[in-house]
Design a protein around this ligand. Structure first.
Ligand SMILES: CC(C)(COP(=O)(O)OP(=O)(O)OC[C@H]1O[C@@H](n2cnc3c(N)ncnc32)[C@H](O)[C@@H]1OP(=O)(O)O)[C@@H](O)C(=O)NCCC(=O)NCCS
Length: 173
């Protein structure tokens, strides 16, 4: 690698230093909604409507065990920066989603967190693939998933989200 190339890698690594992930707990429930309902996140994910408080709490109550096991808060410099979570869809497959607060975006944290999560999720017994739905206008998200080894499965028609999949090889770590 050239000196310029290795400097770029070092700078990237520095920016994601001091990042951590911890399993979602009760104290994070309202935070998940706050991040998901952020204007920028909703726009980039395809003009999603806001999630109401009751709807959010019901979702939490119905899925509490799965959420606590498979959803994580992303931390940067000990500050909550967003979340990454997995929702079960069929046996063997689950859907991943990630959202960072605006201040934490564009510094490599999304890619770093996605790679970490895939490694972590590879240890879930019976999980064969992880899918992601990405708005076709969301070029940063498309780059993030592609960079973490997700493959675009369907083109879909204009207006539809893109489907990305990553097959797990059953080898944790
Ligand atoms: C999508 C998201 C998770 C990406 O995380 P991030 O930390 O902001 O992105 P990163 O800095 O890690 O960059 C990821 C890749 O996108 C590329 N990128 C950055 N800005 C870009 C842009 N405007 N257009 C295209 N690619 C871009 C980076 O170069 C990087 O690629 P590389 O790893 O090959 O260098 C984050 O921006 C976010 O939460 N957005 C709002 C919610 C959302 O869209 N979620 C995804 C829906 S599932």
């Amino acid at each position: 690698m050239s000196i310029a190339g290795s400097r770029k890698v070092t700078e990237k690594r520095k920016r994601v230093d001091n990042s951590q992930w911890s399993a979602v707990s009760l104290r994070d429930v309202l935070y998940l909604r706050k991040v998901r309902n952020g204007q920028g996140v909703r726009n980039e994910a395809g003009d999603l409507p806001k999630i109401g408080l009751i709807e959010h709490l019901l979702w939490y109550a119905r899925n509490v065990n799965w959420i606590h096991q498979h959803s994580f808060i992303v931390y940067k410099d000990s500050r909550r920066a967003g979340y990454i979570r997995l929702a079960p869809i069929t046996s063997g497959a689950a859907e991943i989603s990630i959202a960072l607060e605006p201040w934490a975006q564009g510094q490599g944290l999304g890619s770093h967190s996605l790679r970490w999560a895939v490694k972590n999720y590879a240890q879930i017994s019976g999980l064969e693939r992880i899918t992601a739905r990405v708005d076709r206008e969301n070029s940063r998200s498309i780059a993030t998933f592609a960079g973490a080894g997700f493959v675009r499965l369907e083109e879909g028609s204009p207006g539809e989200t893109l489907l990305f999949t990553k097959f797990l090889d059953g080898q944790p770590g």
